[in-house]
Design a protein around this ligand. Structure first.
Ligand code: SIN
Length: 537
């Protein structure tokens, strides 16, 4: 299965193509250059437009006095609710501190305490202060700045901006040997072309735009995961969509990207209140307001249903230096007429992070030879059923380095793409995007049931009949969202239990029978295969 697109009119090549310019893509690129590989970095908008720069809270790493990778591992496993891959978590927490030190060596500057040491804060699910942050609540922007400066200084990395990668190119032996892409550029690289490489790395970040309200920017349409699906790769754990408990609620918000109110605000002492002014997280979990975020999101959702209001409140008035510690959030609140130093902040959950994605091994290899996946697009198993706060930037740093190392030491020869004129194609009308997002939020959002998911699936089936004959970015994005929505709903229907960020009102308890990973594969004709694999508890 491929997206309907024009015939490529130009060709370029490099040793490695990296799709995406967030922390995962940039880290992979820099590490590939350390092995002297030529790199083509392709990014859909401007190079700094992805999710990384929006990350507020920070990077979790066991760097503080008394902290250890073992304790970080324990918190990660608890958040992951029994479905983490132990080897992936071990890699994450043990290689994490060194990966952060390397980032600092690349020039990233983190906030310091009065002692001069790096200041560490706490977020939901962590039993220790282990979150590094920069510019108060602008950690992603600083990480992005430092990595981008290094990438832009390296003549061995060619960057193509405003380029949507469409599909994988496959050699006769079935391995991926490049991609087709559409460049909204000027000159010879305009329109659809092909880029050939000895390895392709997907690092396209999240798929939050599958939902109508999300913390993700408009570019987060999961293009890389959808490409991997069409290339025949396995995806796993896609039902585990994490809803961030606190985005800034506004009665005029109509959907799209919502301003995040970092968990670090609660880490610094803010408290959630219901419409009666009660501290409703007290007694619900030993960590109360700092419980893992699935637990907090569910409680907020329950409170909202009980009160019939679209939000609960966050009381941050006790944080004396709010405007200095959280300048981005302070500005967002002020723009909405709220002074968080004096007033309560209305907050509600929104889709935030895909804990699953393209199933990969510890070197980021997917089930299709030549295709690697890094960061939020991947399912390493490190997040299980619910990612621990601030483990995502860390995952990009750690696994980006591993992928580059693996590519460099297992470099395949460049292969010729095979032609297959009989390959079925699909292209959907961009007008399906909004009804798809609304259907997903309504039926496959924070809380799901057999009934709501079946209704959503019916809507998707109907939307899938709205073909388009005009290949353009809007149609390719809408088609990608369609494949991803199908995968999420199918997996959510399959998992008949409540675990981590998958909440089924008709199966409200965790079940030992579902100590399983659900793996899906898209067939050439658009049908799906689903299988399960046991996960060691
Ligand atoms: C936050 O700052 O609350 C988000 C951090 C994360 O998603 O890891």
């Amino acid at each position: 299965m491929k997206l309907f697109a024009g015939t490529p009119g130009w060709t370029t090549s490099a040793d490695v193509i990296i799709i995406g310019s967030g922390v995962a893509g940039l880290t992979t690129a820099l590490n590939a250059r350390a092995s002297k590989l030529s790199v083509l970095l392709v990014t859909k908008a401007k190079i700094d437009a992805g999710s990384t720069k929006w990350a507020q809270g920070g990077i979790a790493a066991a760097l503080g006095p008394g902290d250890t990778p073992e304790q970080h591992k324990s918190d990660t496993l608890i958040a992951g609710a029994g479905l983490c891959d132990l080897d992936a978590v071990n890699v994450l927490v043990t290689e994490g501190p060194e990966a952060v030190r390397k980032l600092i060596a690349h020039g990233a500057v983190f906030d310091k305490a009065e002692s001069g040491e790096i200041a560490l804060t706490r977020e939901g699910g962590h039993h220790r202060n282990r979150i590094l942050h920069a510019g108060g609540d602008a950690t992603g922007a600083e990480v992005s700045r430092a990595l981008l400066a290094a990438v832009q200084n390296d003549p061995g990395i060619e960057v193509i901006e405003h380029a949507l990668v469409i599909d994988a190119l496959t050699a006769v032996d079935g391995s991926v040997c490049g991609v087709t892409l559409h460049v909204i550029g000027e000159g010879s690289r305009d329109g659809v072309g092909r880029a050939l490489a000895r390895a392709v790395v997907i690092a396209t970040g999240g798929l939050g735009q599958v939902y109508s309200q999300t913390t993700n920017p408009p570019v987060s349409t999961g293009d890389g995961v959808a490409l991997a699906l069409r290339a025949g790769a396995d995806v796993a754990d896609v039902e585990f969509i994490q809803f961030h408990p606190t985005v800034l609620w506004s009665d005029t918000a109509r959907g799209g990207q919502q301003p995040l109110i970092s968990e670090a605000v609660r880490g610094e002492g803010a408290i959630l209140l219901n419409h009666k002014g009660e501290k409703f997280m007290q007694g619900k979990h030993p960590q109360a307001d700092l419980a893992p975020r699935d637990i907090v999101a569910k409680e907020i959702f329950t409170q909202m249903r009980e009160s019939n209001l679209g939000h609960v409140w966050l009381d941050a008035t006790a944080i004396a230096d709010f405007s200095e510690r959280f300048p981005t959030i302070y500005a967002s609140c002020l723009a909405h007429g709220i002074d968080p130093q004096k007033q309560l902040i209305p907050v509600s959950p929104a889709s935030h992070y895909a804990s699953g994605g393209v199933l990969v091994d510890l070197n980021g290899q997917s089930s299709v030879a030549g295709l690697y996946v890094c960061g939020e697009s991947a399912c390493t198993g490190a997040h299980g059923a619910n990612r621990l706060a601030s483990n995502s930037l860390l995952e990009g740093l750690v696994f980006g380095a591993r992928i580059a190392e693996h590519i460099a030491t297992h470099l395949a020869p460049q292969k010729e793409p095979a032609r297959d004129p009989s390959e079925p194609t699909l292209l959907l009308d961009p007008a399906i995007r909004i009804p798809l997002q609304l259907a997903m939020s309504e039926g496959a959002g924070v809380m799901r049931s057999e009934k709501s998911l079946q209704t959503t699936l019916q809507t998707l089936t109907q939307l899938g009949t709205h073909a388009s004959h005009t290949p353009d970015v809007a149609a390719w994005e809408a088609s990608n969202l369609f494949f991803l929505a199908q995968a999420i709903v199918q997996s959510a229907l399959e998992r008949k239990e409540t675990r981590g960020s998958h909440w089924r009102s008709d199966f409200p308890a965790l079940s030992e029978d579902w100590q399983l990973r659900i793996i899906q594969k898209l067939n050439r004709d658009g049908s799906w295969n689903t299988r399960t694999e046991a996960v060691a508890p």
